[in-house]
Design a protein around this ligand. Structure first.
Ligand code: DC
Length: 221
């Protein structure tokens, strides 16, 4: 069984996908983390975000793999566990830049398909339903307004003791959406057979219940 959850940055995909995978006993595959690992590598190599040839050459030296420890996904970059360094805003933005590069996408595509072929998965990303797993038994497109997504991110950062500017956060979110939706290869887009869930005014529990209901239907229960 393959469940694909796609949607824009900050819609709550990973929170929901983790909860759903746990309830179903499936593996959670966070594909954004794979792009983030390559983004981290390029940031460390100081490629900048404009020279795509240099980024492609640099990304070619980044070997990304994933493994599971106590059911949680860990991401390895050239053999080192970098999982705890991937959530940074800068790394997310760089991930969105490297994700435009064809060679990066095709390497990660092979890895993603291999994991889905060998396991029951809940996989989240941008192009899972449209490109990575076109035959997934359930496809969900999870979205929320940019203002709601910015507010959620703002609250997260405030809870960590930071003093963020909500307008800057919303602008970053809109820029990222723009890049992810308008790139040439595998842009973010709702698959024709995906079910739209707008989480703007839903709690985490409500969204999880809705997807569990859809999963039961997809399994024929
Ligand atoms: O979901 P995330 O914020 O961790 O993703 C980081 C970036 O990686 C996102 O802005 C675009 C890219 N990405 C992608 O192009 N395709 C995916 N399947 C997942 C992420």
């Amino acid at each position: 069984m393959n469940i694909a959850i796609d949607g824009p940055a900050g819609a709550g995909k990973s929170t929901i996908a983790k909860l759903v995978s746990k309830k179903l006993g499936y593996i959670y595959v966070d594909t954004g983390a794979m792009f983030r690992a390559i983004g981290l590598f390029c940031a460390e190599e100081n490629t900048g975000s404009d020279d795509h040839e240099l980024i492609a050459e640099t990304a070619g030296r980044a070997d990304v793999n994933i493994g599971y420890v106590d059911g949680a996904q860990r991401v390895f970059l050239n053999g080192a566990d970098v999982t705890d360094r991937l959530r940074d805003e800068k790394v997310g933005n760089m991930a969105s830049v490297v994700a435009q590069i064809p060679a990066v996408r095709s390497t990660l595509l092979d890895l993603q398909r291999k994991i889905a072929a060998e396991n029951d998965v809940v996989m989240d990303g941008r192009d899972i339903g449209t490109c990575v797993l076109p035959d997934a038994q359930l496809k969900v497109y999870l979205t929320a307004s940019s203002a709601v997504r910015a507010k959620r991110r703002y609250d997260e950062l405030v809870a960590k003791g930071e003093t963020p500017d909500i307008d800057v956060i919303e602008k970053d979110i809109i820029d990222r959406d723009e890049r992810d939706m308008n790139r040439e290869i595998a842009p973010l887009k709702q698959a024709d057979d995906a079910i739209l869930v707008d989480s703007s005014y839903m709690t985490i529990e409500e969204v999880t219940d809705r997807i569990m209901e859809l999963a039961a239907k997809a399994q024929g229960k």
